[in-house]
Design a protein around this ligand. Structure first.
Ligand code: P53
Length: 476
């Protein structure tokens, strides 16, 4: 069994990392706008340091990003030249509802995405839309404490009602929350949560999680009601945990670490809080406030497919001597001595993708969709401005090979693959432009200098050939 004939090849971006135009078209301020590059970024992302507006002496890369707000036609034309069948992007909530709690949406914001989706369809590209990719209107953060408040469910429901109706016929594939499990590790970036002295962080994070899970189920319900063609996916930051050794304690620790993420997928796909989470919450004294209808909502509105990001596997050890860590995807992992790492310390493990796909498919028995994967690297354009990114091609080719193995040899049902940052954009983790993932180079640096000119890298033509051959030809 080869890849599906209608396999959805493409690339992925997120509004806050590429659009810019933070104050254009009536857009309101969002949490993602006020996260600067630099040494305070991590404490702001994690909600330990409060940043509610722009302060002097900081640079905020999302304000302009790569200005896709004004360049989207040119960018989509380039995606089409590569043969994209799908383009994953996210809607900036505060373009549609600038404050978040209005009853009437902002027409200019709605029109922007309508134009963008129509531009995709001009080339036969299906938009795959993430409803929220880390963003939350800043007004909701300040007035309601963002997702810690139950009222968020209603505001999100309004957003969904508006966009599902407006974009009916233009969008069929939806993801409710990007990397929903990242709320535990990057609560301000992911869900607009910051903490005051004396806050019970775990309590707040799990309560906010419950609100997002309920909101996700409601979104799924509305999507199906509005258009029976709509398919809704959950979106998990994935990457299996390996035990460092075969010591049973290590194996158990790895299982527990996996469950921290599975919890979200379990609720969204199976429709129930799993027993291991209920036990953990009770043990830790975390009490989730639920409304009467919540459990039925979760049960009756499970997702149609499972989407995930995969950059790396992770390693767990219970041995205090084994403590050499790596800077892996925000959640530090013990270093895997068998793997090499990227310049940013993310360990490179193509077989881990196949392993992760098998774990997810065994667990949920629903079609999978890889919606993020790729290598963040420094690119050095040559004298003609051309980037020969063989390192990126090697990473992608190895991962695509592993992906095909999971499909062809293991029988995993896979809908598509969108590589992350198909055009260079701002890094979510570090705020850098220098950490590039694209097939398309964008002339902009960490300080915001550059012409924003787009140019094709070597990987552009390679990916075009991969898509044209439906993944048969990975050579370079
Ligand atoms: P950057 C945490 C864990 C795994 C992936 O990351 C993560 C994060 C948050 O940083 O981010 C996802 O840009 C995310 C994208 C992000 C991409 O991975 O730090 O969905 O927004 O850009 C890559 O290299």
């Amino acid at each position: 069994m080869a890849l599906r004939k209608d396999f959805l090849w493409g690339g992925a971006t997120a509004a806050n990392q590429c659009e810019g135009g933070y104050n254009k078209g009536g857009r309101g301020l969002a949490n993602v706008d006020v996260i600067p590059i630099g040494k305070d970024r991590f404490s702001i992302i994690t909600g330990k340091q409060k940043m509610v507006g722009f302060e002097d002496n900081y640079f905020y890369p999302a304000k302009e990003a790569i200005n896709m707000y004004e360049h989207y036609k040119e960018d989509i034309a380039l995606f089409s030249e590569m043969g994209f069948k799908v383009y994953r992007l996210s809607i900036a909530w505060s373009r549609i509802f600038p404050l978040g709690d209005e009853t009437e949406p902002n027409e200019e914001g709605l029109q922007f995405y309508e134009n963008l989706f129509k531009e995709c369809h001009k080339y036969g590209i299906e938009p795959l839309v993430t409803i929220t990719h880390f963003d939350c209107p800043m007004y909701l953060v300040e007035k309601y404490g963002a997702w810690r408040s139950r009222e968020m469910v209603g505001f999100y429901e309004n957003l969904c009602n508006v966009i599902f109706r407006r974009y009916k016929g233009l969008v069929k594939h939806w993801l409710t929350f990007n990397e929903i499990n990242v709320i535990l590790h990057a609560p301000f970036l992911k869900a607009g949560l910051y903490f005051e002295k004396g806050d019970n962080e775990e309590q707040i994070k799990y309560q906010a999680t419950h609100h997002e899970l309920v909101a996700s189920a409601i979104a799924t319900r509305i999507a199906h009601e509005v258009d029976s063609e709509n398919q809704v996916g959950c979106m998990l930051a994935a990457g299996d945990h390996y035990p460092y050794s075969c010591k049973p304690e290590d194996v158990f620790a790895a299982q527990e670490a996996d469950r921290e993420s599975y919890f979200f997928g379990d609720v969204q796909s199976r429709g129930e809080y799993p027993a291991y989470v209920l036990k953990k919450l009770a043990r830790e004294g975390i009490k989730i406030q639920m409304e009467e209808e919540d459990l039925a909502l979760l049960k009756e509105n499970t997702v149609d497919f499972i989407s995930f990001s995969y950059y790396s596997s992770r390693v767990v050890s219970t041995d205090p001597e084994i403590n050499e860590t790596t800077e892996g995807n925000r959640v530090t992992s013990v270093k895997n001595p068998y793997l090499k790492a990227s310049e940013w310390g993310w360990q490179i493990d193509p077989l881990g993708l196949r392993i992760t796909m098998n774990s997810l498919y065994d667990r949920y028995q629903k079609p999978l969709f890889i919606v993020e994967n790729g290598l963040g690297a420094t690119d050095e354009p040559d004298e003609n401005g051309y980037v020969i990114d063989d390192y990126r091609i090697a990473y992608l080719a190895a991962h695509l090979k592993a992906m095909k193995d999971a499909v062809e040899l293991d029988g995993v049902d896979l809908m598509g693959y969108t590589s992350w940052g198909c055009i260079d954009l701002v890094s979510a983790g570090t705020g850098e432009m220098k950490k590039r993932y694209g097939y398309i180079y964008v002339d902009r640096d960490n300080e915001g200098n550059g012409t924003l000119a787009r140019s094709k890298k070597k990987s552009f033509d390679w990916y075009k050939k991969v898509i044209a051959s439906n993944g048969e030809d990975l050579s370079f």
